[in-house]
Design a protein around this ligand. Structure first.
Ligand SMILES: Nc1nc2c(ncn2[C@@H]2O[C@H](COP(=O)(O)OP(=O)(O)O)[C@@H](O)[C@H]2O)c(=O)[nH]1
Ligand SMILES: [Mg+2]
Length: 490
């Protein structure tokens, strides 16, 4: 087990980055800081501005992305005359944390090109889709330069591809593939000249089944979590380091548009006081969290069924290759980023474990197997886990055997199971573990007894503790780094 636990919870490169980024932060403050940061991050809404020349097809593109027809009541107004006079917000389907903003077009008497970026205040948006049609124009490059200055992500979308193809199809030796390639190359040429690696999509908002529309939708959905991780640190840095007027505008917009609640803005402001510039620290923390492995220990005496339970949870068959082994964690796609360790041994081994609390402290959550209600081993383990300020559940395995043995006692199955639960409730009361529960299971038949509810409770519990486990782990590794640094100086 000790060998196994030397396996990093986060890949080395991310550990180094986060240690570096947080080295000047007081480790005592780190858990609270990270938990608050992640709490706000979960609710953070990403604002994607759809911008470009007037008439380029921005509003039509938004309708296509939302799956709306141009004459639907909720659709963005479109047309051959200037229709979009104010930025309008639309929630992205299936992801309420992504908001699309339909901006008025660039280059009309109302929104002249020279003052467009300033008037629209690009600082308010987290990401941009620059819409172009027919030709790549100077205005498009002007927008891209401004977005680049703000270090924000951007996509280029060339719309009205159906029109372009129709016109070109009248030419001699027309080939759709070649025509599309030429259109893409035209966009890429200008982007390459500026050394920009920007995704380009060729779409038709009138024919959404063709060209890159589905790819654009899929990409937006697939990379939204990743984009959010890139964007959030920039948002925090702008809040804390931008000149007063700019930061005030960002805050007002966030509150007015419902991007963020006042209490979350306060939290972020408090957090940024502990950070140097915000960007690096927050980025390192979010990246590390994305790779963080949660370690769950299944504790039980030899023969209590710890291995079989790990195999049942991870969907492995007993005795197959890759099934649970003390020194290798069992993983399963069902529980992404979770490692199950079976920690079993003789009564004496379990006693020793209680004395070596630091070994037990390597885990983030515990399932304690009750082999025998007459013994106290499970109560001692539960107490120690509580002392480590961590959580556990009790599991009684082999319940089927238990029922067989008790058959001659003339009790009904329900009475026996209720008896076990009552016994457990008494013991949970002794250890004051109100969040803990008992699950009665037969690991060889996952459709029976409480296995299903064990799985669902486990899933939601592990989701909840992930953030705090990560926060305390980061505090621990930063403290180690600072201590080793102090030793070197001495
Ligand atoms: N054929 C074709 N017409 C389009 C497409 N996208 C927009 N249009 C038309 O272009 C005009 C301007 O579109 P609109 O979305 O209002 O442009 P915006 O000013 O950029 O918002 C409208 O008449 C649309 O019907 C497209 O992909 N294909
Ligand atoms: Mg419009």
């Amino acid at each position: 087990m000790e060998d196994g636990m030397k396996v990093q919870k986060i890949p080395e490169e991310h550990i180094n980055k986060i240690k570096e980024a947080l080295q000047s932060v007081n480790p005592e403050k780190i858990p609270h800081l990270i938990m608050n940061l992640l709490d706000v991050f979960v609710r953070f809404k990403m604002d994607v501005a759809v911008t470009g020349d007037s008439g380029s097809g921005k509003s039509s593109l938004i309708n296509a992305l939302l799956g709306l027809d141009h004459d639907d009541e909720e659709a963005a107004p479109t047309g051959v005359v200037e229709t979009t006079k104010e930025p309008a917000m639309y929630l992205y389907p299936n992801n309420p944390h992504v908001r699309l903003w339909d901006l008025p077009g660039m280059g009309t008497p109302t929104f002249i090109s020279k003052r467009y970026v300033e008037t629209m205040n690009f600082d308010l948006y987290d990401m941009f889709i620059v819409v172009t049609s027919e030709r790549f124009r100077e205005n498009n490059m002007l927008l891209i330069d401004e977005i680049q200055k703000r270090k924000k992500p951007l996509y280029v979308v060339r719309t009205k591809v159906d029109n372009d193809l129709l016109l070109q199809s009248k030419k001699h030796r027309f080939s759709e593939i070649n025509a599309l390639r030429e259109m893409r190359d035209e966009c890429l040429k200008y982007l390459c000249e500026k050394n920009l690696n920007v995704p380009v999509f060729l779409v038709s908002s009138h024919n959404t089944q063709s060209y890159d529309m589905q790819n654009l939708k899929d990409t937006l959905e697939k990379v939204a979590p990743e984009l959010k991780r890139d964007i959030f640190p920039i948002f925090i840095a702008n809040l804390s380091t931008a000149p007063g007027r700019k930061a005030t505008a960002i805050k007002c917009h966030a509150l007015k548009s419902g991007k963020m609640k006042e209490k979350d803005l306060h939290k972020l402001q408090k957090i940024s006081k502990h950070l140097i510039d915000g960007t690096e620290e927050v980025k390192a923390a979010l990246e590390a969290l994305g790779h963080f492995q949660l370690d769950v220990a299944i504790l039980g005496e030899t023969g209590s069924g710890a291995t079989t339970l790990v195999n049942a949870l991870t969907g492995q068959k007993n005795g197959t290759r890759g099934s649970a082994h003390a020194k290798i964690a069992a993983t399963s796609p069902q529980y992404p980023d979770i490692r199950f360790w079976h920690v079993s041994g003789t009564e004496r081994d379990m006693d020793n474990l209680l004395k070596e609390k630091q070994i037990l402290d390597n885990f983030d959550f515990y399932i304690i197997i009750v082999s025998d209600w007459q013994k106290t081993a499970h109560i001692e383990l539960a107490r120690t886990v509580r002392e480590l300020k961590k959580h556990y559940h009790f599991v009684q395995t082999k319940v089927d055997l238990h029922l067989q043995v008790k058959e001659d006692l003339c009790c009904s199955e329900t009475e026996i199971l209720d008896g076990l639960r009552a016994q457990c409730a008494k013991e949970l009361h002794i250890t004051e573990a109100t969040q803990s529960q008992l699950f009665l299971i037969n690991s060889l038949d996952t459709n029976s007894f409480d296995f299903f509810s064990l799985e669902s409770v486990l899933r939601s519990d592990l989701d909840t503790i992930r953030t705090s486990a990560f926060a305390y782990y980061v505090a621990r590794i930063v403290r180690q780094k600072q201590e080793s640094h102090t030793c070197q100086i001495l």
